[in-house]
Write a protein that binds this ligand. Structure first.
Ligand code: PLP
Length: 347
C-alpha cells in the first residue's frame, strides 16, 4: 500500500520491570492482562502518565513525580473516572515500583482505564457501568527521538493533521484517545522521512509535536504556545520555563504562526520521553544554523544537570527513591504556565 521503510524502529528498551502495580498490589508482568472486550480497547477510555526516573549519585530519582501524578488525577477527573486513589498512594506506588525494578533509571507509566466486568459485561459507549483498573509499569527507555537527536537535532515537518480542539478532545487531559491524533501526526511524519511532526491548532497556530511541547527562540527571547493552543500542559515545558527564568532568559507564552517556525533562530521540543531535543529543520527549511543552537544548549545543559541531581532544581523536583520521603510543597512550584492570569483563561 505504501512504503514503510524506516518506520518500524522503536525507542530502545533495554529492560522491563518484571512486576506491575495493580490496584494496590504488585503482580507479575505476565499477569498484567485485560479482556479483549474491555471498554478501553473499543472506545479509548484511558488516561495515563509518563514519568522518568533518573540515575543520580544518590541513587535513582523520579523527576517531578507529584506533578505527573497530579496531572494524572486531573485527567481522570475530566473523564469522570471515579477511582479511589490519592496523590500520595499513587506516588508511593510509583516509588515502590521503581525500587522493585532494581533499575538505575527507568520510565514509569501509570494508566487508569475502563475495564470489563466479566460477570456483568457492558458493551455500550456509556462508560459508567464498566469497572476502572489502575496499573503502573516501568521500563528502561532510551532517547525517544534517537541517540544522536539530543546533540544534533531532528528534522521535522508541519503535519497536515490539526491538534485536537478544546471542546472536542481536551488536549490538557492526557487520555489514551488523544494519541490517535498523535499517531496520525507521527505516522505521516515518519512515512515522509521526518522524525516527528508539529501539529497546528484548529485556528492554524502552532500547537505541539505528537508527544512533545515546542519552544521557539527568536533573538534572545524564548517563546512557547499557550495552553489555549491545544497543548498538553507539559511538565518538562514548565521545567524549561522555570530554568529560563533562573537563567535570566526572557520566556513568553504566545500564539505562534507556522511561518515563525521557518525563521526561528532555534527550535526545540520538550517532553518526558524526548527530554530537550533540538529541531534542525522544519519542512526541509533549515532552522538557524541547522543544529543545536546556543540557547537550546544552555537550557538542555541545566535540564540534564538538574535531572542527574548535579545542580539544585528551581523546585523540589527529584524524589530519591532510596531515601526517606522529603518534605515537599503542595504543587512543587508547578504552575503549568508562566503567567497565572493567562493560565486561568487558557485552562
Ligand atoms: C502530546 C504531548 N505533548 C506534550 C508532552 C510533554 O509533556 P511532559 O513534559 O509532561 O512529558 C507529551 C508527553 O507526554 C505529549 O504526549
Amino acid at each position: 500500500m505504501f512504503s514503510k521503510e524506516g518506520t518500524a524502529k522503536d525507542v530502545k528498551t533495554p529492560r522491563i520491570c518484571d512486576v506491575v502495580w495493580h490496584d494496590g498490589e504488585f503482580i507479575k508482568w505476565n499477569d498484567a492482562r485485560v479482556h479483549v472486550m474491555s471498554h478501553v480497547l473499543h472506545y479509548g477510555s484511558s488516561v495515563f502518565e509518563g514519568i522518568r526516573c533518573y540515575a543520580t549519585k544518590r541513587g535513582p530519582a523520579i523527576f517531578r513525580l507529584r506533578e505527573h501524578i497530579q496531572r494524572f488525577l486531573n485527567s481522570a477527573k475530566i473523564y469522570r473516572m471515579d477511582h479511589p486513589w490519592t496523590l500520595d498512594q499513587l506516588c508511593n506506588a510509583s516509588i515502590e515500583l521503581a525500587r522493585r525494578s532494581g533499575m538505575d533509571q527507568c520510565y514509569i507509566r501509570p494508566i487508569l482505564f475502563r475495564s470489563l466486568d466479566e460477570e456483568h459485561p457492558a458493551f455500550g459507549v456509556n462508560p459508567f457501568p464498566n469497572p476502572l483498573a489502575c496499573y503502573i509499569g516501568a521500563w528502561d527507555w532510551g532517547k525517544y527521538l534517537g541517540d544522536e537527536a539530543i546533540e544534533q537535532g531532528v528534522d521535522v515537518c508541519v503535519s497536515t493533521w490539526n491538534r485536537l480542539t478544546a471542546n472536542s478532545m481536551p488536549a490538557m487531559a492526557k487520555s489514551g484517545a488523544n494519541y490517535m491524533n498523535s499517531q496520525l501526526i507521527k505516522m505521516e511524519a515518519l512515512l515522509n522521512g521526518f522524525a516527528e511532526g508539529i501539529a497546528l491548532d484548529d485556528r492554524g497556530y502552532v500547537s505541539e509535536g505528537s508527544g512533545e511541547n515546542i519552544f521557539i527562540v527568536h533573538g534572545d527571547v524564548v517563546l512557547t504556545p499557550p495552553l489555549s493552543s491545544s497543548i498538553l500542559p507539559g511538565i518538562t515545558r514548565d521545567s524549561v520555563i522555570q530554568i529560563c527564568q533562573e537563567l535570566g532568559i526572557t520566556v513568553k507564552e504566545r500564539t505562534i504562526q507556522r511561518a515563525a517556525l521557518y525563521v526561528a533562530d532555534e527550535l526545540f521540543f520538550s517532553g518526558t520521553a524526548a527530554e530537550i531535543t533540538p529541531i534542525r529543520s522544519v519542512d526541509r527549511i533549515t532552522v538557524g544554523r541547522g543544529g543545536r543552537g546556543p540557547i537550546t544548549e544552555k537550557i538542555q545543559k541545566v535540564f540534564f544537570e538538574v535531572t542527574k541531581g548535579e545542580r539544585p532544581a528551581p523546585g523540589d523536583w527529584l524524589t530519591y527513591i532510596n531515601e526517606p520521603a522529603q518534605k515537599s510543597t503542595d504543587n512543587n512550584g508547578f504552575a503549568g504556565a508562566i503567567d497565572e492570569a493567562e493560565l486561568k483563561v487558557s485552562v
